[in-house]
Design a protein around this ligand. Structure first.
Ligand code: GRF
Length: 199
């Protein structure tokens, strides 16, 4: 299966997928990495693995809709079976969801529906929850609202800072992403309303 991975940050989730895909039994390979600005460390990781990359900065286009259409086109060129937002942190639009809405997944660093948005670990600490985690879900038109594929719980420890909690979540998040993407591509999936089934 063909994976296109969109990133904005360090790309540790992308790296985990690149590593897993080195084993042919995994059933998927990363065919392209994409981002929305130049100089993303995650895209250097893709390039280092010999994977082609593309960059579509929002402000390179007159409107958000034109950016969305261009991004959709660039992703489509790579004929993905699954598109993965791994810390992409950009809201895509109607064109993108029209093309990939049934195969566009995102990993978020909280147990949704708690703490959506940009600061999952910080918001969990501020609230004082004792357990948080990571959620993998199919993206819909909302912010972190789509049908859930998998969740993993991570404890919040008494001395946690935003940094230590963020790192603990990311370790569990990477394992979950690699495992779930492998299952999705090898076994397929159906989405019925909010329910995701993997046979
Ligand atoms: C992940 O924890 C994701 O949930 C958050 O950003 C992180 C991406 O990290 N939104 P990386 O770029 O894959 O290292």
């Amino acid at each position: 299966a063909r994976l296109v991975v969109l990133v904005s940050g360090s790309g540790s989730n992308l790296q985990a997928l690149l590593d897993a895909a080195a084993d042919p039994a995994y059933g998927a390979r990363v065919v392209a990495g994409g981002g929305a600005r130049a100089g993303i460390a995650g895209l250097d990781r893709a390039a280092a693995a010999g994977v082609p990359t593309f960059v579509d900065p929002v402000r390179a286009y007159p409107t958000r809709e034109e950016w969305d259409a261009a991004l959709t086109g660039h992703v489509a060129e790579h004929k993905p079976d699954l598109v993965i937002s791994a810390g992409f942190l950009k809201l895509v639009g109607a064109a993108f969801l029209g093309a990939f809405g049934d195969r566009y997944i995102n990993t978020h660093n909280s147990l949704l529906p708690a703490f959506p948005g940009m600061h999952g670990p910080r918001d969990a600490l501020t609230y004082g929850v004792r357990v948080t985690g990571a959620t993998l879900f199919f993206v819909d038109a909302g912010v972190d609202t789509g049908p859930i594929i998998a969740q993993v719980a991570v404890p919040v420890l008494p001395d946690d800072t935003e940094e230590t909690l963020t790192e603990r979540i990311k370790e569990a998040e990477r394992r979950q992403l690699v495992e779930s993407v492998g299952r999705l591509v090898r076994e397929g999936w159906t989405i019925t309303g909010r329910k995701v089934s993997i046979p």
